[in-house]
Design a protein around this ligand. Structure first.
Ligand SMILES: Nc1nc2c(c(=O)[nH]1)N[C@H]1C(S)=C(S)[C@@H](COP(=O)(O)OP(=O)(O)OC[C@H]3O[C@@H](n4cnc5c(=O)[nH]c(N)nc54)[C@H](O)[C@@H]3O)O[C@H]1N2
Ligand SMILES: Nc1nc2c(c(=O)[nH]1)N[C@H]1C(S)=C(S)[C@@H](COP(=O)(O)OP(=O)(O)OC[C@H]3O[C@@H](n4cnc5c(=O)[nH]c(N)nc54)[C@H](O)[C@@H]3O)O[C@H]1N2
Ligand code: SF4
Ligand SMILES: [Mo]
Length: 684
């Protein structure tokens, strides 16, 4: 029997068709809504049945034994009661704020994020913490401060596409499909990436930029576009504020002034500016390569300004603005009073959106280890593996090991779960119904629906949160006996019900798809215009125009090579077979660890007498990893690119032991963990 749902084995949330026999998932395939004939397939989805039925799945709650050495199986009743009791004990001892809920990416940022926030707000702790300081939310804030919300690239109809810090072929199959379509129609493809990605090989122009310098490139492009009058003056006059200030700041960043710092030529910078500004419509697909740098906010604000200057905003084939679905905000923040969140140093980031909330996960580690701004004694980790995925992983591990109480909600026994006091087994995305974030933000709405029952005694995340809420005394606020009821409550303002979503397989669109919405209602900023100059940022003491105070932090950072650490290390892109640290126990995906490698340039390999396949050691002031070398011209000489996500496979391969989280953006709390100074040698 075939059933439609949404896959959330990664954050792409693709519509998929699943074949089910009885209670068993047999196979699943991606659907391509716009181009079924050119559909790309996904290795993880192809392995969905292996993942769901993996012998490694956690199928029953586990409680640490009293001697601390092992776990014992328990009933749900006992486990939920124990977790609720720990909430209450810690609240009595040190206040509700001493308990935090830390979210990884996997349970999705739609309803599962809302439910966790609702529970914690009712309990009285402001500490529901996501990982958005290193994934996407800082970019969202930058765009929200510029033109009201994050834009959605529409590369399919574009004449020019810039893929900026994103490896679409592995991480975003729908974007990859659209790019292929646009290329067939003659679109110019520009890739800005320090690594030669598969798309860079096929692109018209590849800029091998120095990591972390994208903001300066954007400012230099703005310089060219303004000084050569390539901008859309009509749009700028009518719909923007602060053009004069932007022009003045951009004047500092001529291609000649910055090219050397960027590892590019002035000619390349002029060329990319001309192609992007003149080939209309043009779209910019930005990615996680921009996120994990301290400057992400100002860099991506400058990139956002390129979209506006060239009049590509909210145009077909450009970068569209969403028409959000008017769902009910169920987080119940109004019930929260008292302590500041541990992320209180980032008030603008915490408050720019109604639902993102607190997203600087490094604050969790500070609160545990440094008791700053106050101690955290208990953390619930849901759908994350922070011991491997957080920057400065040795410090993160130390913190989670030190906690008085750690609860982990996961599908597998991860490195983080191994440190837990209680482990609650979660159901996979195919075993539960939920609204994903993309559905809540955009039209159309799709429903991720359970197509098979929960495996073993696992519970869907919603059920774990609802039951815990009820146990903590919030039966009135968690009155729902099924997730469908809860979703209906949230969807009520839209007039759409779960029943209708189930019957209407292609999803629901609320109102017609429309562009240039700003013509009627302006932009969702205080001035109603695109803000090249932001009075809000000025008032808060930040640069009102990106990089107006110079190119960034002038002191030496962790990515600035030193005599002792003369090379630049980079965290590599996603692998199509894995999601972050996940699926390293699935044999059909693992293929004997293939891909757990460091790419090193032939010149460096020669100097260091490293041969292809040699075991090498990469060291930074924070730690060391060991992996096999691949001699490869994909990277520039002097840099190495390390495969991401392998710490779960082999403790020696956790690249976050190399990264730092000491120096953070004062706006978004982001540290530079994509790149780092390092030294490399063959293993003795
Ligand atoms: N060096 C370096 N560090 C990085 C990155 C990088 O590229 N390089 N990427 C960063 C980014 S962008 C991100 S998003 C983070 C990712 O950080 P995490 O979210 O910590 O990473 P994952 O490995 O995806 O861990 C997700 C966990 O959730 C479990 N899980 C899967 N589905 C469900 C579910 O439905 N419910 C529950 N309860 N659990 C589930 C999985 O088994 C897995 O253990 O890492 C960040 N860290
Ligand atoms: N297969 C797969 N798909 C995924 C995931 C997964 O783990 N596996 N994870 C999901 C998640 S959580 C996320 S956040 C997205 C991320 O998806 P992407 O945004 O595509 O992130 P990456 O795959 O890490 O690729 C980032 C690219 O940026 C480049 N880069 C690194 N530093 C810089 C820099 O300073 N400047 C520029 N211009 N480029 C730089 C890298 O070389 C790499 O090519 O993918 C989602 N989809
Ligand atoms: S890219 Fe693959 S794993 Fe990610 S949501 Fe789509 S089908 Fe699932
Ligand atoms: Mo991410």
């Amino acid at each position: 029997m075939k059933k439609d749902t949404v896959c959330s084995l990664c954050s792409s949330c693709c519509p998929v068709e699943v074949e089910v026999a009885g209670h068993t998932l047999v196979r699943a395939r991606r659907k391509s809504l716009v181009a079924p004939a050119n559909r790309l397939s996904c290795a993880r989805l192809a392995a969905a049945a292996d993942i769901v039925t993996s012998p490694g799945r956690l199928t029953t709650p586990l409680i640490r034994t009293s001697n601390g050495a092992d776990f014992r199986e328990s009933t749900w009743e006992e486990a939920i009661a124990l977790v609720a009791q720990k909430f209450i004990d810690h609240k009595e001892q040190a206040g509700a704020q001493s308990v935090a809920w830390l979210r990884g990416m996997a349970a999705d940022w739609g309803t599962p994020w809302d439910y966790a926030n609702r529970l914690m707000n009712l309990f009285g702790s402001p500490n529901t913490i996501g990982n958005g300081s290193s994934c996407s939310v800082a970019r969202d804030m930058a765009q929200s401060y510029t033109y009201g919300s994050m834009a959605f690239p529409e590369p399919r109809q574009a004449n020019c596409i810039i893929v900026w810090g994103k490896n679409v072929d592995n991480s975003s199959l729908s974007a990859a499909e659209d790019i292929r379509h646009a290329m067939k129609n003659g679109a110019k493809i520009i890739v800005i990436d320090p690594v030669r990605t598969a798309l860079a090989n096929r692109a018209d122009l590849w800029l091998q930029i120095k990591p972390g310098h994208d903001g300066l490139l954007a400012m230099a492009m703005i310089h060219v576009i303004i000084s050569e009058k390539l901008y859309e003056s009509d749009f700028v006059d009518r719909y923007t504020v602060g053009f004069a200030e932007l022009k003045k700041t951009a004047a500092q960043y001529s291609p000649r002034a910055v090219s050397e710092q960027l590892w590019l030529t002035a000619e390349q910078i002029r060329l990319v500016s001309h192609i992007y500004a003149t080939a209309k419509p043009a779209s910019i697909i930005d990615g996680n390569g921009l996120d994990m740098h301290r400057e992400v906010f100002q860099s991506t604000r400058a990139i956002a300004m390129l979209r506006a200057l060239t009049g590509n905003l909210d145009k077909p084939g450009g970068d569209a603005l969403p028409k959000p679905v008017p769902v009910r905000n169920i987080q119940m923040r109004e019930r929260l009073h008292g302590a500041l969140p541990i992320t209180h140093e980032y008030p603008l980031f915490n408050s720019f959106s109604d639902t993102w909330g607190n997203q600087v996960q490094g604050c969790v580690i500070d609160a545990i280890l440094d008791r700053s701004p106050y101690p955290l004694n208990m953390v619930v980790v849901q759908s994350g593996n922070p011991v491997i995925t957080m920057a400065d992983a040795n410090r993160a591990r130390k913190a989670f090991a030190r906690l008085e109480t750690l609860v982990v909600i996961d599908m597998f026994m991860t490195e983080t779960a191994k440190l837990a006091d209680v482990i609650l087994p979660a159901s996979s995305c195919f075993e539960k119904t939920q609204l994903n974030r993309s559905s809540i933000r955009n039209n159309p709405i799709f429903l991720q629906r359970g197509v098979i029952p929960p495996v073993g005694s696992s519970w869907p995340d919603w059920k774990i949160v609802f039951e815990l809420g009820r146990k903590l005394g919030f039966a009135a606020e968690f009155p729902w006996t099924s997730v469908e009821e809860a979703i209906d409550y949230q969807l009520e303002p839209t007039g759409i019900t779960v029943k209708e979503l189930l019957e209407n397989e292609p999803g629901f669109r609320l109102g017609a798809h429309s562009y240039e919405k700003y013509k009627g209602k302006g932009f969702d900023t205080p001035s109603g215009k695109v803000e090249f100059y932001s009075p809000r940022l000025a008032q808060a003491g930040f640069a009102a125009v990106p990089f107006q105070d110079g190119p960034g932090d002038s002191s030496i950072g962790f990515a600035d090579c030193s005599d002792e650490y003369p090379m630049l290390g980079m965290s590599g892109s996603r692998d199509i077979r894995f999601t972050n640290t996940q699926f390293r126990t699935i044999p059909s995906l693992l293929k004997d660890g293939a891909g757990c490698i460091v790419d090193i340039h032939p010149d460096d390999a020669r100097l260091k007498i490293i041969a292809d396949g040699d075991e090498i050691r990469v060291e930074t002031p924070k730690g060391a990893i060991e992996m096999k070398a691949r001699i490869s011209p994909l990277v520039r000489a002097g840099t190495v690119c390390i495969a991401w996500g392998w710490g779960e496979y082999d403790a020696r391969s956790n690249l976050n032991v190399l990264t730092e989280d000491d120096k953070r953006s004062t706006i978004t709390g982001t540290s530079t963990s994509r790149s780092f100074m390092c030294r490399v040698r063959r293993r003795a």
